[in-house]
Design a protein around this ligand. Structure first.
Ligand SMILES: Cc1cc2nc3c(=O)[nH]c(=O)nc-3n(C[C@H](O)[C@H](O)[C@H](O)COP(=O)(O)OP(=O)(O)OC[C@H]3O[C@@H](n4cnc5c(N)ncnc54)[C@H](O)[C@@H]3O)c2cc1C
Length: 549
């Protein structure tokens, strides 16, 4: 921890991250006891600014938290009306009927929402209950107590020079102390990563797995818009190169979410997930839909895919990890928001009981038990083999066997396969250039497909340039000396925001980090084969400014 003197403020519970998990925890704490002091700290310039989700929302989490959400004006107005699933070839498609799919895959009863707007509304509900919410406050460090417990965070440090020294307008920020600290940072949170490593919380668990989710919002021709329509595809253009697929959700106002997920365990270092997404939009089915429309926003974020067997222990002294900080996405459903909400609620209930019993700074084991044995564990356990099957046996076999496995889990509560392992981490999955050929991607046409930097402008990302680079190289020589010859430095391609470049200068290759472009997706921290890039939070308020993703 840094040795700068800071003011400290005391709370009952300090919550990092105003996503669905953190906000649910805050709301539930105040529902249980209006006198509890609860604070939520968010690195985005406003609540929702960093939320990129899709999204088809299973309302079960919100039903449990705020049963009268409809009366309270939640921005959840577009029920799913039709649910389509296609296997794509380069020019054609085959519809997979809904009837062989297990019930859990059915989207009826779910809603197409902007999760950014849902979080903005949840923040209003929390504030009405008396929760203090501070957007633009990045939590950069954890504060530990005398017995090694997490007792708080440092938030709101501004004004360091690029070399790390204190600049003229330096603000040290504050220490915010709590009887309990909740980390609701979402995927690959950097404080969560520290807690998982410090307390060895992943011991005995499978490695976490990830996808990279890329998304655009389009305004399309009203004649082609079908409010409430949900489409998922697999197959082209990824084929055998990587796992993943697309989603197309028609929300209201002629808007459509067009998204693409690439599983990060791909082997070929030449794969370019961003360009796979751009190429996908040229499939006749998608091109026909988007033609004449306009892209109004772009963003990207990693998504957790390890599921049940990869969730680390989620409590340590003084701290609980919520939502996708531990990875609660149901992969075949591509849904994690409901579990994030349920986890926030469960953590709040455990902390409330503990505080009432005059405990503080210990492990909230009741939270862990509820997650593993309650609704979240049940949701994730049924689908635990889908991702490892896909990784091991490819798309076609995993569709058949994964479907069968979900049926047997749903009907009989067990699997013929037990619990399959994921094996390698996504970083370890990357193979060297000696095993793979470069992939030739068509040039974006500027109508349906766009170059990366043009699209990044539509994430409305902004970073104060005179601050330390928040993408830290553990060893600055690795990108050029190791990654370039072995992997053609894949950071140039896996980053969806064009942050990383290799440029030629004075006859030598140089690794350049344009951290100003970073959309906080965390893919570099996950996929770098040398695990040499460490993502830490930049100053609060920096990063994307997603309008209604
Ligand atoms: C492309 C894509 C599509 C998806 N589609 C769906 C879908 O259709 N349905 C569905 O249910 N789920 C979907 N998901 C999954 C869903 O987004 C996650 O499960 C959910 O966001 C997890 O919620 P969370 O609160 O844990 O984290 P997040 O939603 O990621 O929220 C974390 C918040 O914490 C803030 N934060 C992080 N670190 C700090 C820090 N150090 N200091 C201060 N603030 C911090 C972030 O800025 C952010 O606002 C999708 C995910 C992706 C990437």
């Amino acid at each position: 921890m840094s040795d700068v003197a800071r003011e400290a403020m005391e709370y009952d519970v300090v919550i990092v991250g105003a996503g669905p998990a953190g906000l649910s925890a805050a709301i539930r704490l105040k529902q249980l006891d209006a006198d509890l002091e609860v604070v939520v700290l968010e690195k985005g310039s406003e609540v929702g600014a960093h939320i990129l989700s899709g999204a088809v929302l299973d309302p079960c989490g919100l039903d449990a938290l705020i049963p009268d959400w409809k009366d309270k004006g939640a921005p959840i107005n577009v029920p799913v009306r039709d649910d389509n699933f296609y296997m794509l070839g380069e020019a054609g498609k085959v519809r997979i009927p809904n009837w062989p799919m297990p019930k859990l895959m059915n989207n009826h009863g779910n809603y197409i929402v902007s999760m950014g707007n849902v979080c903005r509304w949840m923040a209003e509900q929390a504030e009405a209950l008396g929760v203090e919410i501070f957007p633009g406050m990045a939590c950069s460090e954890l504060v530990y107590g005398e017995n090694g417990e997490v007792k708080g965070v440092i938030a709101g440090e501004f004004g360091r020079n690029p070399d790390g020294s204190e600049g003229p307008g330096y603000e040290p920020g504050m220490e915010l102390h709590g009887k309990y600290v909740f980390l609701g940072e979402g995927v690959r949170g950097h404080l969560s990563k520290e807690v998982i490593a410090k307390y060895d919380l992943s011991a005995g668990k499978e490695p976490q797995k990830f996808g990279l989710g890329l998304k655009e919002i389009w305004e399309i021709d009203p004649a082609k818009h079908r409010e409430g329509s949900v489409t998922h595809t697999m197959g082209w253009p990824l084929g055998g190169n990587a796992g993943g697929g697309s989603f197309i959700y028609h929300l209201d106002n002629n808007q459509v979410y067009v998204g693409f997920v690439v599983h990060q365990n791909y082997k070929n270092p030449h794969l370019f997930p961003y360009m796979e997404f751009q190429r996908f939009k040229h499939h006749p089915m998608v091109a026909e839909l988007l033609k004449g429309g306009k892209r109004v926003a772009y963003g990207a974020r990693a998504i957790t895919e390890g599921g049940y067997q990869s969730m680390p222990k989620m409590v340590a002294p003084g701290v609980a990890l919520l939502g996708c900080s531990v990875g609660m996405v149901n992969v075949p459903r591509i849904k994690g928001n409901h579990n994030a909400m349920l986890s926030g609620k469960a953590a709040a209930e455990a902390a409330y009981d503990a505080i009432k019993a005059e405990r503080a700074g210990d492990e909230l084991s009741a939270y862990e038990t509820e997650v593993r044995e309650g609704a979240i564990g049940k949701d994730l356990k049924k689908v635990r083999n889908v991702k490892p099957m896909w990784s091991k046996w490819g798309l076609t076999a995993s569709l058949a066997l994964g479907g069968l496995d979900m049926w047997t889990n749903s009907l009989f509560g067990g699997s013929l396969f037990g619990t399959l392992k994921h094996g390698k981490s996504d970083a370890e999955a990357t193979q060297t250039v000696y095993h793979h050929k470069p992939i030739d991607y068509p040039k974006p046409d500027g109508k349906l497909s766009f170059d990366r930097l043009t699209n990044v402008a539509f994430s409305f990302t902004n970073h104060e340039e005179s601050q330390p680079c928040h993408l830290r190289l553990l060893d600055p020589s690795v990108p050029i000396d190791e990654n370039l010859p072995k992997y053609a430095e894949p950071a140039q391609r896996y980053c969806p925001a064009g942050v990383y470049e290799v440029v030629e200068k004075d006859g030598r290759s140089e690794f350049v980090i344009n951290f100003q472009n970073c959309v906080h997706c965390k893919t570099c921290d996950i996929k770098d084969p040398s695990q040499n890039i460490k993502w830490v939070t930049p100053q609060g308020g920096d990063g994307p400014n997603y309008p209604n993703m």
